[in-house]
Write a protein that binds this ligand. Structure first.
Ligand SMILES: NC(=O)c1ccc[n+]([C@@H]2O[C@H](COP(=O)([O-])OP(=O)(O)OC[C@H]3O[C@@H](n4cnc5c(N)ncnc54)[C@H](OP(=O)(O)O)[C@@H]3O)[C@@H](O)[C@H]2O)c1
Length: 298
């Protein structure tokens, strides 16, 4: 019997990659903002009633971290109220819900990678709204598979990688924050691991639950910017600067409306053990993406 998958947020970084990867799991109905406003409870309820999915994959979220400080209502509407509604509908109909959480549920004060069971203490509205969404989903008692991800990038939409490539082509020098560390994570890896875990679950391997998902290794935003420019150089991309022209700056030198955790590194042992996966080092998929961007520009 074909597995029916309802994919929400199908035009986002992760959602776009899921359109491809979920084809290996079942029939995918990809829903974008044009198809359904996900803050409209009646519309969401009707969507699920008409599609009758076996799995809902929710890649939609309010992800504007700084704007969320002044638009908390919109952030909570999507990041808390939507998972709460999906969880309630899923429990009634025995649907599996896949959702995505964030490293920003932690305050970043730990000096080692975060485990799934570590205490949460979001430092900003975005993180607090995402945590409220996860707690709502858990409270519903529906079957759920939640991946906590961090520092997401892809070839689509605005993100740090694309911003650095643009700035490196325009400016003679850059200053980038060096005291926040994390693991840059390609949307394609998140999508592939999600699909892989769903296939394994269907085969009776592993369990639903909350898992940290990030590549191996860690870096700072400054280290990431240097890696991007250094690798882009080897691909002969048009740049005005070299890695050594990128200067480290403390977070205090780059004030933003939302506070960000100093340590965003997550321990992924639970995911790798449960689903028998080996995650790549963060530099490998970054190199692939830069190659892809370079080829698309030539
Ligand atoms: N980006 C990161 O660095 C990061 C880090 C940690 C965790 N995460 C989590 O990972 C997941 C995927 O993130 P992402 O980077 O792929 O996000 P994204 O690129 O911002 O995509 C979010 C999607 O949600 C859709 N959406 C937002 N509000 C909507 C509404 N009211 N009705 C319908 N659709 C709506 C957007 O539609 P439009 O295309 O029309 O805007 C967009 O397609 C999210 O749960 C996010 O919280 C992301």
């Amino acid at each position: 019997m074909t597995t029916n998958i309802l994919l929400l947020g199908a035009d986002g970084q992760v959602g776009w990659e899921l359109r491809r990867s979920l084809l290996s799991v079942g029939k995918v109905s990809a829903i974008t903002r044009q198809d359904c406003s996900l803050t409209d409870r009646t519309a969401v309820t009707a969507l699920i009633a008409s599609h009758q999915p076996d799995i809902i994959v929710n890649a939609a979220a309010y992800t504007a971290v700084d704007l969320a400080e002044s638009e908390s209502q919109q952030a909570y509407a999507l990041n808390r109220d939507l998972p709460a509604l999906l969880g309630e509908l899923a429990r009634q109909r025995d649907i599996l819900v896949v959702d995505y959480s964030t490293d920003y549920v932690f305050d970043g004060s730990k000096s080692a990678p975060y485990f799934e069971h570590d205490e949460t203490a979001p430092a900003n509205i975005y993180g607090a709204s995402k945590l409220a969404g996860l707690q709502a989903l858990q409270a519903c008692g529906c079957r759920h598979l939640v991946f906590r991800v961090s520092w997401v990038y892809s070839a689509r939409r605005g993100n740090f990688i694309k911003t650095i490539l643009r700035l490196a082509a325009e400016r003679d020098a850059l200053s980038i924050v060096s005291d926040q560390i994390g693991s840059p994570t390609p949307a394609s890896l998140i999508a592939d691991v999600s699909a892989n875990c769903l296939r394994l679950l269907a085969a009776g391997i592993g369990q639903a639950g909350v898992y940290h998902l990030a590549p191996a290794g860690q870096t700072s935003w400054h280290g990431l910017a240097q890696e991007i420019v250094g690798h882009a150089q080897t691909l002969n991309m048009p740049l005005k600067i070299k890695p050594e022209d990128i200067k480290p700056t403390p977070t205090s030198g780059y004030p933003t409306p939302a506070q960000r955790p100093a340590n965003s590194v997550m321990n992924t042992d639970k995911l790798q053990r449960t689903f028998q996966l080996q995650l790549p080092h963060w530099q490998e998929p970054l190199a692939h993406l830069l190659q892809e961007i370079s080829e698309s520009r030539s």
